[in-house]
Design a protein around this ligand. Structure first.
Ligand code: NAG
Ligand code: NAG
Ligand code: NAG
Ligand code: FE2
Length: 464
């Protein structure tokens, strides 16, 4: 992809008008902390070399390896094994490509490998030759640690967030939407893929879509998501979903539901019916934790994107509440915010904890203005770049921490122990409306230590 950089300049001009059209819909007035420059990451090396390598969980004991080659002759094959340079297994997959106006993508390869052993490092190469990568599979039992980071983009702040993510071990990254901020400028999708490759080729990245993935153009591309669906294929078929825009998967006692804020969600929609059937199937004895990820927050006390998640909340909140979902993560608002357990706009000991974690580091900068005074259901909020970590310790307890970027340091800004609703007796009753009778004291959150502990001391205690 030698042409990438010159393409970027071509597209910057060609799509100026498009950019203006797209931005209009989500322009906002708030003052922002200084964003940092976009990093353009070129491809160095021959066209046949794999680039933009990333992996995702693909059903029990399997992993999907996705990558792109400018050379269309390269085969969709992955060789892998437990020792460097020794590939005892090999798998062949599928490939795709897409056009968007004058842009045509490279060959996009998706190969599923497995069965793989748990907690094991595998060495692999893509397309039969070239660079060796390595990945580690998730464990088979608790504990497991998730990183949660939304609205990443590809700026120097993104790079800083990813460096902090990488500085401490984790198993799976969850991304609540807004990846590349390409906004129809397709070469920026390639640049993003290269920026994240050192991270996304080592640990599974599980994503759902944000508004920056939509890329609808009237008449020509009325359904949108061309780049996103082709490049960031997720295991939707495994969970009976008909769309890459919403799906679910299980990993170590945790059932994760990725919802689509930009797919239909009303009571007649495929997504609604799928979610209803999907939540009914969850077996809390196998997966005591249920975590939902979506883009536009249902609860948000920032002035940015106020009310944008409201129609989805009205359509789906009751379903999540009755299923005793533990946590709901959103992005979209470029700040961090943690709510108490909530249902229907009020504190409820059997409702999910809502968090906004849209502070990965994109070019638009931070959402600085919060509503004053803070609503009582909002417990912690701060406009800073950073990332979150959710460590499931066992069936009943998990630890959440939010790590603020302080340039070269990462600082724990907020942390709290969480208790799974599956183990709260008062929430196990028949699910008929708000659990107003459930005692407040069973409400799961032990006190948040809001003091700043340094990252290094935290990481010494937790080695994973
Ligand atoms: C991004 O981060 C990596 C290491 O984390 C560093 O080597 C690289 O120079 C950074 N790039 C930019 C443009 O800041
Ligand atoms: C789960 O982990 C918490 C926190 O470490 C601990 O207090 C609790 O006893 C553990 N429960 C079981 C069943 O091991
Ligand atoms: C970074 O940490 C230093 C020292 O703790 C502090 O003075 C400074 O305000 C922090 N900066 C940010 C952006 O958090
Ligand atoms: Fe967004």
């Amino acid at each position: 992809m030698e042409k990438s950089l010159s393409q970027i300049f071509l597209f910057l001009t060609t799509f100026l008008l498009l950019q203006i059209l797209f931005r209009r819909s989500h322009a906002s007035e708030y003052t922002r902390h200084p964003p940092r420059p976009v990093i353009l990451t070129p491809h160095k090396g021959p066209d046949s070399d794999p680039q933009q390598v990333h992996i995702s969980l693909a059903g029990k004991d399997h992993m999907r390896v996705s990558w792109i080659t400018a050379d269309k002759q390269v085969e969709s094959i992955v060789d892998y094994g437990k020792e460097p340079g020794k590939y005892e297994a090999s798998a062949t997959g599928e490939h795709t490509s897409y056009h968007y106006f004058f842009y045509s993508s490279g060959k996009i390869h998706h190969v599923t490998i497995g069965p793989l052993d748990a907690s094991t490092t595998y060495y692999y190469r893509c397309g039969g030759s070239g660079t060796e990568f390595n990945l580690r599979t998730p464990p088979s039992t608790f504990p497991i640690e998730f990183v949660v980071a939304g609205d990443l983009g590809q700026t120097e702040w993104t790079n800083s967030t990813l460096a902090h993510v990488n500085a401490r071990d984790y198993d799976v990254l969850l991304l609540p939407g807004d990846l590349s901020y390409a906004d129809t400028n397709q070469p920026l999708w390639d640049s993003f893929g290269r920026l994240v490759e050192p991270h996304a080729s080592r640990r599974p990245w599980m994503v759902t879509e944000g508004n920056h993935e939509v890329e609808i153009f009237p008449i020509v591309y009325p359904r949108g998501f061309k780049a996103y669906n082709a490049r960031w294929l997720m295991p939707y078929q495994d969970s009976g979903s008909k769309s890459n825009l919403y799906y679910s998967f299980d990993v170590v006692g945790t059932h994760i539901v990725m919802l689509g804020s930009y797919a239909d969600f009303d009571a007649n929609s495929d997504q609604y019916k799928w979610l209803e059937a999907e939540l009914a199937k969850v077996d809390r004895s196998k997966t005591p934790w249920i975590v939902v990820i979506l883009h536009a927050p249902w609860y948000n006390s920032n002035s940015a994107h106020r009310g944008e998640g409201e129609s989805m909340r009205k359509a789906m909140e009751e379903m999540l509440y009755k299923a005793r979902v533990d946590l709901v993560f959103a992005g979209h608002v470029h700040a961090y915010e943690r709510f108490t357990r909530v249902y229907n706009n009020g504190a409820d000991p059997c409702g999910p904890i809502y968090m906004t974690i849209g502070d990965g580091g994109n070019r638009e900068g931070l959402a600085m203005t919060f509503e004053n005074p803070s609503p009582s259901i909002s417990l912690f909020r701060e406009p800073s770049f950073g990332h979150g970590r959710l460590r499931m310790h066992n069936h009943t307890h998990a630890h959440w921490s939010w790590h603020r970027n302080n340039d070269s340091d990462s600082v724990v800004g907020d942390e709290v122990w969480l208790e799974s609703l599956s183990s709260v007796t008062a929430c196990k009753e028949t699910f008929e409306g708000p659990a107003s009778s459930a005692s407040e004291s069973s409400a799961s959150e032990s006190s948040a230590s809001e003091s700043s502990a340094s990252e290094s001391s935290a990481s010494e205690k937790d080695e994973l």
